[in-house]
Design a protein around this ligand. Structure first.
Ligand SMILES: Nc1ncnc2c1ncn2[C@@H]1O[C@H](COP(=O)(O)OP(=O)(O)OP(=O)(O)O)[C@@H](O)[C@H]1O
Ligand SMILES: [Mg+2]
Length: 227
């Protein structure tokens, strides 16, 4: 039997709304779900269904109005920003639709940065970053800035950056949204191979074909999980 140690995410009764009184918009109502270590889960839903709101809460970039959220067994429901920032950096690797790489830094430095934020020396961070860029097939492009890379290459740099921290969870928001179909499929192939190696992945998407690459699909409609 599994126990709660096998769960990376435990959410129960999460609610979130924006605005006040007449302008109040309920973005999430009573979201309850768990993600086990080693899972690859897609959160699928149409525009406005609450995906980004949910992703922001999972990623500790925002907090719920009510309910409970445990990350790696730790109650983070009302974590202060300083604690959230630390946990984000230590536990979560983000892959965004637009990659969110830092334009003025080359690929190597972009990937090394989270490690330096964790307190590693530049030298050590650089070595690990180089290894990871080799793994995603970009060993020859380490000196290139994001603007000097193709979309697919930039997304692989972003995936390498998400991986270097040895995080518990990879959180991907429309990770293929800015890629053409072929490059998008390659990025998904890579995410599937990471999952096969044991990485836990939660991917947000509005596209049922992309969601089908995950091993489990959770649907969100109007701020609620649909069964
Ligand atoms: N800052 C905000 N202020 C007020 N309402 C908001 C805010 N952010 C989101 N909302 C509302 O909350 C609901 C959920 O929005 P959310 O961004 O989570 O949807 P989404 O599923 O990510 O949509 P999309 O696929 O278009 O990105 C929507 O009705 C949206 O209008
Ligand atoms: Mg969104």
């Amino acid at each position: 039997m599994s126990n709660s140690q096998d769960k990376v995410i435990q959410m129960s009764g999460i609610c979130k709304s924006y605005g006040k009184s007449a302008n109040k918009v309920t973005a999430l109502s009573d979201i309850t779900f768990d993600v086990y270590r080693g899972e690859f889960v897609a959160i699928l839903g149409p525009s406005g269904s609450g995906k980004t709101t949910l992703m922001n809460i999972i990623g500790l970039m925002d907090s719920a109005d009510s309910g409970q959220y445990l990350l790696d067994g730790e109650d983070v429901t009302r974590a202060k920003e300083k604690v959230s920032a630390k946990l984000r950096n230590a536990k979560i690797g983000f892959v965004f639709q637009k990659f969110n790489l830092i334009p003025k830094y080359n690929a190597l430095y972009n990937v090394a940065l989270p490690l330096m934020l964790q307190g590693k020396s530049y030298k050590e961070a650089q070595l690990i970053a180089k290894e990871m860029l080799d793994r995603v097939g970009l060993g020859e492009r380490v000196k290139h800035k994001p603007s000097e890379l193709s979309g697919g290459q930039a997304q692989r740099v972003a995936i390498a950056r998400a991986l270097v921290g040895d995080c518990s969870l990879i959180l991907a928001d429309e990770p293929t949204g800015a890629l053409d179909q072929k490059t998008g499929h390659e990025a998904l192939d890579f995410m599937q191979s990471l999952n096969a190696e044991g990485k836990t992945i939660v991917m947000i998407t509005h596209d049922v074909n992309i969601a089908s690459r995950a091993r489990r699909v959770v649907r969100v409609e109007d701020g609620r999980l649909a069964v």
